[in-house]
Design a protein around this ligand. Structure first.
Ligand code: ZN
Ligand code: ZN
Length: 254
């Protein structure tokens, strides 16, 4: 731990931060797309091929339907979802570096990746006209003070600066901290997150009749996005879509 920190600090003196691959941390050059070395660029599971028509995650090869397992089992509150990659080794490394190693600058690159993903679906003008606002998934203030930043907020800022759609981190509020979701079943996740978000009272009218894009780093079962979409729709939001950097794989009934 000490040695690693020392090594990184020493390298910072010689090489500016932009020259590290955001996935493996190896020194690369700044001409690299998305600040990924060639190897990591190839290892990233970029979205392509069949995706779920509802949540946008890649469909398992043996799934013959147009929707993933979870979307067929559970009625969502959000309208449509978009994601850039399938959550795997490289995606995990990028997100961990951002969230837990404090490399906040990675959020800017993720925002760039997300913007490029949306321009596959829409022209820049269509995208700008499609949404009134971009809302990052909020984290609880205790977590915010520990981490120093909300990664979804930084990613939303980056996406907003590229798309021209205004990001607003002050509409949604995280009411309480929730248990780590990683080991929970879809049902447990929904129960764990219930009531975790609210809209700030004097901002309720700002979402009424609006088309909203929620931004987060990972999409798994959709319980977080659903909970937020439900709150926004109860306040009159017209449309609630989401965009994430990575999505978990299609679960299949055994
Ligand atoms: Zn790399
Ligand atoms: Zn789905």
């Amino acid at each position: 731990m000490m040695i690693r920190a020392f090594g990184a600090a020493a390298l910072d003196l010689v090489y500016p931060k932009g020259l590290y691959c955001i996935c493996c941390g190896k020194i690369t050059d700044d001409s690299r797309t998305y600040r990924l070395c060639g190897e990591c660029m190839d290892s990233m599971k970029w979205i392509g091929g069949r995706i779920c028509e509802r949540c946008g995650r890649p469909l398992a090869d043996i799934n013959p339907y147009d929707q993933c397992f979870i979307c067929r089992q559970h009625k969502h509150h959000f309208d449509s979802g978009y994601t850039c990659t399938a959550y795997s080794r490289c995606e995990r490394a990028v997100i961990f570096s951002l969230k837990y190693d404090g490399n906040a600058d990675i959020a800017d690159t993720i925002g760039e990746i997300m913007y490029d993903r949306m321009t596959v679906e829409f022209s820049p003008d269509e995208l700008y006209g499609k949404y009134n606002m971009v809302l990052p998934v909020p984290i609880h203030r205790h977590k915010l003070s520990l981490r120093g930043f909300n990664q979804a907020g930084l990613i939303a800022d980056s996406f907003a600066s590229r798309s021209g759609i205004k990001a607003d981190p002050y509409i949604l509020r995280r009411e309480r901290e929730t248990r780590m979701m990683r080991s929970l079943s879809p049902q447990e996740r929904r129960e764990n997150i219930r009531g975790a978000f609210s809209i700030r009272e004097r901002r309720r009218t700002d979402v009424s009749g609006k088309s909203i894009l929620i931004i987060d780093d990972i999409y798994t079962t959709g319980s977080t996005i659903d909970e937020i979409a439900q709150v926004l729709k109860a306040a009159g939001a017209e449309r609630v879509d989401f965009l994430t950097f990575a999505a978990g794989s299609d679960m299949l009934k055994s």
